[in-house]
Write a protein that binds this ligand. Structure first.
Ligand SMILES: [Mn+2]
Length: 280
């Protein structure tokens, strides 16, 4: 398993600098956030050739996290859906340009989940958006990874729905298993042990898990803390991940405005310790 960092942690810098810092901290994989603050209309476009070269020089692999801010791939508003699709396509193209083969996508959001027709529409629109994304991804040899959400405000955000969605589909699409979000889901359901819940879903999803996000929280908010700073039993989760036979990237997906460099360094170190991966 390769241990990586997400550029989510470094919004203060340009994308080029953020990727360099991830590599300097020892990340073997970098996940590029194709969104604010790096990809914003009216701002200079990141130099993706330079980014690709830096990754190659370090022998690091790369993935792209497609846009999510301000968007909704399952929106009932056609204009918003079109804009979302445009931004998601930018993510897929960016991934191809930096030499990656995997793009992470979020679920759609339903404004009033209790309204059946609204929920069903969100699901249908989300699938239409996804179909367009899959066409472009296929052209570039890129696999899409749907991420389990931090809340259940849209179809396919929970692990159960995500597993159901993936069960009838081919290898062009898989799951991005977010450990922090899975912990929130277990806590929301009032389960005593999120470790058992996480282990069960890792087992059920099996080979459909093609990517992972790793971060901690206290079971209430999506804090994106360094593993060990919240209430997730990471030693137990690491055992479950190994038992499930997962061998992809472990993207340490942190966010803090206070001491991001320290958090990045510590996050990589903790994940290597928990998962028994030696330093590079
Ligand atoms: Mn995530």
């Amino acid at each position: 398993m390769r241990v990586g960092l997400s550029t989510l942690l470094f919004p203060w810098w340009t994308l080029e600098r953020a990727v360099d810092v991830c590599l300097e901290l020892g990340a073997e994989h970098v996940e590029i956030i194709c969104d604010f603050p790096y990809f914003v209309p009216g701002k200079p476009k990141p130099d993706l050739r330079r980014v690709k070269r830096a990754l190659q020089d370090h022998g690091a692999s790369v993935s792209v996290h497609a846009s999510f801010w301000d968007l909704n791939p399952g929106s009932h508003l056609p204009e918003l859906r079109r804009l979302t699709l445009k931004r998601l396509k930018l993510g897929i193209e960016t991934c191809a340009r930096v030499g990656g083969d995997l793009v992470v996508l979020h679920a759609g959001r339903c404004p009033i989940p209790e309204l059946r027709w609204l929920w069903e529409g969100t699901r249908r629109f989300y699938e239409l958006t996804l179909r367009e994304c899959l066409k472009l991804a296929k052209k570039h040899g890129i696999t899409l990874a749907l991420e389990n959400g931090s809340s259940a405000f849209g179809p396919y955000a929970t692990l159960e729905e995500l597993a159901g969605f993936l069960s009838g589909r081919g290898e062009e699409i898989g799951a991005c298993f977010d450990v922090g979000h899975a912990h929130l889901e277990a806590c929301r359901r009032g389960l005593r042990s999120s470790r058992t819940f996480i282990a069960r879903w890792l087992r059920r999803l099996g080979r459909r898990v093609i990517h992972m996000h790793v971060h901690d929280n206290h079971g209430e908010h999506d804090e994106h803390l360094v593993p060990g700073e919240g209430t997730i039993d990471f030693a137990g989760v690491a055992r479950a991940v190994r038992r499930a036979g997962y061998d992809g990237a472990l993207v340490v997906e942190l966010y803090t405005a206070r001491g991001p460099l320290r958090a990045g360094r510590l996050g990589l170190q903790r994940v290597r310790e928990f998962f028994g991966i030696s330093d590079v």
